[in-house]
Each structure stands twice: as structure tokens, then as C-alpha cells.
Design a protein around this ligand. Structure first.
Ligand SMILES: Cc1cc2nc3c(=O)[nH]c(=O)nc-3n(C[C@H](O)[C@H](O)[C@H](O)COP(=O)(O)O)c2cc1C
Length: 369
């Protein structure tokens, strides 16, 4: 009996198995609007065998995007474009597949080049935009120095999380994930490394959490009870004086108290280079700790790529769900192949009957050497 392929209740949402596709920026949107690339990619993930497909970091404001190619949910055009993608993906999805979207504001990590153009801040002639953050501190040398956010800008940004969540609900997503990790705006407020404010949005842990929790409340208020809510959180900044796993536990509990159903435990990236070399499943121990101390549904991410490794994490290592990124980029049928390795029979779309696992080994054998 595979635990990986057993259903998981995430608040009101039942995922058919414990495999999630991790959110992955595709840098392929046009002014925040999903393109044919997304159509292809999300349709393909819909039939991948993953129980939850999470769409990439999606800007709650135009200036909250990471790059010119990032998805957004700040306009009607964005909403129509994503609705097209979700509708098409559902039409080919494996039974009970759930769709989620990650809402993000990049803060001081915004206005950057697409990853394949080398990342790093845009130059003025590249249509760069003004960036903002809790404090006027850059992510790294040669990055934009952000403007410290005013009270009014903070309130407007919190409201934007709610407005984007309302759009996600209208489109028909099953779940929303708040991006509170990887050095983006919520993490910038949470971490003492990037938040040096002296007002009620900075200082002790409670004050540094205030922005995250206000965004969470805005999202909860904007979404119906049948949607699942979660957040990707940081369990360590890997920096002396930065966030630790205790801060991750505290944040998860506070999200839970505001009606959130799960957290995905990640780490790092509050500063460039602030993440050491990592091994297989490197966030698993912290994720298990967050689950043990909060009783929340916990997902984790990072260097999980093998079916047996994923099975072991959910069966024996105290985590409910795994989120895989690069494994699905490499193999959009990862779920099928994991099922095969774990002796699980999946109901594949009928169009694939002739390559069903039982037939496939015979085909491989019949190939000329
Ligand atoms: C191309 C690419 C884009 C990514 N974009 C996002 C993103 O939008 N949001 C996010 O939280 N993490 C993002 N990540 C991190 C992944 O979600 C994942 O947590 C990380 O790659 C570690 O998991 P893996 O070893 O299974 O790839 C991205 C990673 C890759 C490779």
C-alpha cells in the first residue's frame, strides 16, 4: 500500500495523492497574462499524476512581479487569460486533480531579468520599475535599492493580495498559496535581516509577522470556504540573526489560527548566496518539526526526485505531502512513472492505453538494440 498515492485532506480539499507540483516561474507571460506556453505546460501537468498542480509565483500587483515575463492577477486581462488555461487543463486532467496558484509580491526582488537572461536587476532602459520593501536595503550588490514602503502602500499591497485571491476564486482554482518564502515581500517583512523598521510593521517577531498575517486575513476574507489555503514558508535563513525553524513554527501556527489549511516548508534566499549546498530532501527535518508542533498539514520541497524517496518522506519522515519542481520539468509524466515503481495502478487517459505500464516494457524489449 503506497502512502504517496493515498488521498490527503487539505482543509476542505481532498487531493487524490500526496504529490504536488511545486510552483515554477515560466517567464512566459505577457504583461502578467498567461500565454500558450502556460496552456501547454499546465495541460501537461494536469495529466501528470500529481494530485495538486501549483501555478507559479503570480504578482498581486503589476509592480509585484519578479520579471516582465511573470504571471499576474492584477487585471481583468490576466484573469481571462488564466481562466482559459485552467479550463483547458481541467478538460484533460486525471481524476480529482486539484489546481492551486501561488500569490506573490516580489518586493525588493522585483524588476529583474528573466532567469535565462541571467536574473539580476533590470537596467533603466529595460523598462525597469520602482521596487519597494519594508526597508531600503537591496537584496545584493548591484540590485535595485528599494523604497521603504509607507503605511498607505503597505495597506494597498495587503488589499491587493485579497483582490488577487478573489480573482483566483472566480477563475475556479481549488486552492491558493501565499508566497511567504524565498526572499519575496512577505519574507522580507518577516526576516530581521531585511526588516529594520521602527514602526508597528517591524521590530520584534510579532511586528515582523504582522504583514504576513494581514495578507493571510485578506486572502481568507476574499475566498469561499470550499477553497484550500496555504503558504510557502521559510524554516531558516541560514544566516546568524536570521529566521530559524522556531520562527517557521510560529508563522505556521499563526496562519493556522487564521484559517489556513497547510504550509509548504522551504528555506533560504533572503540574501543572494544565503543558501548553502543542499542534499536530497534537505527541508524534510524542519518540515516534520513544523508538523509535529502545529498539527498542520505540511508539505515540503527541495531535491525530491525519486519515487521511493518521496514515498519514504510521507510514510516515515513526518511530512504529509511532497512538492516536486525540477523532477516534473524534466518528466511531466513523473506521477505515472512513480506509480509504476511503487506498484500502483493509475487510471490513465484512454488515449494512452497503448503505452500503459503493462504494455510499455514489452515495447521497450521489442526495440532494436
Ligand atoms: C524554474 C524554476 C522556477 C521556480 N519558481 C518558483 C516559484 O514561482 N515559486 C516558488 O515558491 N518556488 C519556485 N521555485 C522553487 C521550486 O518550487 C522548488 O521549491 C525548488 O526548485 C526545489 O525543489 P526541486 O528540487 O524539486 O526542484 C522555482 C524553481 C525552478 C527550478
Amino acid at each position: 500500500m503506497s502512502v504517496l498515492f493515498s488521498p490527503l485532506d487539505i482543509g476542505p480539499v481532498r487531493a487524490p495523492n500526496r504529490i504536488a507540483i511545486s510552483p515554477m516561474c515560466q517567464y512566459s507571460a505577457n504583461d502578467g497574462c498567461a500565454s500558450d506556453w502556460h496552456l501547454h505546460q499546465i495541460m501537461s501537468y494536469a495529466m501528470s499524476g500529481a494530485g495538486v498542480v501549483t501555478l507559479e509565483a503570480t504578482g498581486v500587483l503589476r509592480e509585484g512581479r519578479i520579471s516582465h515575463g511573470c504571471l499576474g492577477l492584477y487585471s481583468d486581462e490576466n484573469e481571462y487569460a488564466l481562466a482559459r488555461v485552467l479550463q483547458a487543463a481541467r478538460s484533460v486532467a486525471m481524476p480529482d486533480t486539484k489546481f492551486s496558484i501561488q500569490l506573490c509580491h516580489a518586493g525588493r526582488k522585483g524588476s529583474t531579468h528573466k532567469n535565462w537572461d541571467g536574473g539580476g536587476s533590470l537596467q533603466a532602459h529595460e523598462n525597469a520599475w520602482r521596487t519597494c520593501a519594508p526597508s531600503a536595503l537591496p537584496y545584493s550588490d548591484n540590485w535595485h535599492v528599494p523604497e521603504e514602503m509607507s503605511e498607505e502602500e503597505i495597506e494597498r499591497t495587503i488589499a491587493a493580495y485579497g483582490q488577487a485571491a478573489a480573482r483566483a476564486a472566480r477563475i475556479g482554482f481549488d486552492m491558493v498559496e501565499l508566497h511567504a518564502a524565498h526572499g519575496y515581500l512577505i519574507h522580507q517583512f518577516h526576516s530581521p535581516i531585511s526588516n529594520k523598521r521602527k514602526d508597528s510593521w517591524g521590530g520584534d517577531a510579532q511586528k515582523r509577522l504582522r504583514f504576513a498575517l494581514a495578507a493571510a486575513e485578506a486572502v481568507r476574507a476574499a475566498t469561499p470556504a470550499h477553497m484550500g489555503l496555504g503558504a510557502r514558508i521559510t524554516s531558516t535563513d541560514y544566516i546568524e540573526g536570521g529566521l530559524t525553524v522556531e520562527d517557521g513554527v510560529e508563522m505556521a501556527s499563526a496562519f493556522k489560527a487564521r484559517g489556513f489549511d497547510y504550509v509548504c516548508v522551504s528555506s533560504g534566499n533572503i540574501l543572494a548566496g544565503g543558501r548553502p549546498a543542499s542534499g536530497p530532501g534537505f527541508n524534510v527535518p524542519n518540515a516534520a518539526r513544523v508538523r509535529a508542533e502545529t498539527g498542520m498539514v505540511v508539505r515540503t520541497t527541495g531535491f525530491i526526485a525519486d519515487a521511493k524517496q518521496a514515498e519514504e518522506i510521507v510514510a516515515e519522515r513526518g511530512v504529509d505531502q511532497v512538492a516536486l519542481g525540477r523532477a516534473f520539468l524534466d518528466d511531466p509524466r513523473w506521477g505515472w512513472h512513480a506509480a509504476e515503481k511503487l506498484g500502483v495502478t493509475l487510471q490513465l487517459p484512454k488515449q494512452f492505453n497503448r503505452v500503459a505500464p503493462k504494455v510499455w516494457p514489452a515495447i521497450k524489449l521489442a526495440r532494436p538494440a
